[in-house]
Write a protein that binds this ligand. Structure first.
Ligand code: GLV
Length: 338
């Protein structure tokens, strides 16, 4: 009798023409609609699965892994993978993969767009106009802050942070960064970026962008004390993970004029957004779309599909998925970040 084909769970609707490549190798269970899967639903789906293609909406933790005896590979759609318990996956010999590189430039574009929107009050101005409050050209109305000639601070200088730094050259910005490890001199030169310590970054940035991975170490690293170091004229942009920022402290700083404005693409309790942030005019809010260009989202799915096929021992790269997640402490290839 022929060996049964491996079973694969695809947790969200993706691009059918790309996902179709999985059908050549596996029996595929594809979730047809966008769903917030709770732990029980993930456990249920993984119980009989050999592989899974998941998004940030699916948390694959210790319990789900323990209940999935056949699981051999989890391909995550995203460069960040805080939704996976990578240590528990690796302890079981399960391959975990993510989608770096293909989203770097698109995400850096969006970080820049959000930073500009916060500095120049773009969404606030649009709400003003749409609400019929525009009574004629107002010379002193809705004045913002310049990007050109200002100081950009980048917390987390991985691929996306470096992409933002490269864009800043066109705006004649001075670029400061802080990272777990300092970058080699040639990379600093290419990004025209200067390493400073955490406190100096917060104190000196006119526009601060967060692009670091989320972990226990970065949880609420932007807290009331860090925010208090920032200039009241500064902006803060977060395209990393919501849990990096203490949102209550941020709402407080924005409400009391201790920070000019913020732009947030990520939230601690996604898809819920703190009502205090929703009520503020000086914060730009977007629903976690930084990598969301059509071309990039397609490239992410293609890479995740390649990863899953290879990790399950099929296809031309059998056993060699293109972008595996390294065991903790072994990510020497690229220091640190998205
Ligand atoms: C999105 O947030 C990602 O990590 O790719």
């Amino acid at each position: 009798m022929a060996e049964p084909r491996p079973r694969v769970w695809v947790a969200q609707p993706l691009f059918d023409d790309i996902v179709a490549r999985l059908h050549a190798h596996f029996d595929v269970v594809q979730v047809p609609a966008v769903v917030e899967h709770d732990a029980a639903a993930v456990a249920d789906a993984l119980r009989e699965a050999d592989g899974a293609l998941v998004t940030l909406n699916e948390r694959v933790g210790e319990a789900e892994i323990a209940g999935a005896p056949r699981l051999r590979a989890v391909a995550n759609l995203g460069v960040g993978y805080n939704n996976l318990d990578v240590a528990a996956l690796h302890a079981r010999g399960i391959v975990a993969t993510n989608t770096p590189d293909v989203l770097t430039e698109t995400t850096a574009d969006f970080g820049f767009a959000l930073m500009m929107a916060a500095a120049r009050r773009v969404t606030e101005a649009e709400r003003h106009l749409r609400a019929g409050r525009w009574q004629g050209w107002n010379f002193k109305g809705l004045l913002g802050a310049d990007l050109h000639g200002s100081t950009l601070g980048i917390l987390g200088m991985g691929r996306i942070g470096q992409g933002i730094a490269r864009r800043a050259a066109g705006f004649d910005m001075r670029v400061l960064y802080h990272n777990r490890s300092r970058l080699p001199a040639d990379v600093e030169r290419a990004c025209n970026a200067r390493y400073v310590d955490f406190d100096a970054l917060f104190a000196q940035a006119d526009h601060l962008v967060l692009v670091l991975p989320y972990s226990a170490a970065s949880h609420h690293i932007v807290d009331a004390a860090a925010l208090a170091r920032m200039q009241p004229t500064a902006t803060l942009t977060n395209i990393a993970r919501g849990g990096i920022v203490d949102e209550a402290a941020l709402a407080d700083a924005l409400a009391h004029g201790r920070l000019a404005s913020a732009a947030l693409d990520v939230f601690e309790g996604e898809p819920a957004v703190d009502p205090r942030l929703l009520a503020l005019d000086n914060v730009v809010l977007t629903p976690h779309i930084a990598s969301g260009s059509l071309a990039t989202r397609r490239a992410m799915v293609a890479l995740a599909v390649d990863n899953l096929i290879a990790a399950l021992g099929a296809g031309p790269d059998a056993g060699r998925p293109p972008t595996p997640i390294a065991p903790a402490g072994r990510d020497a290839k690229r220091p640190g970040t998205a």
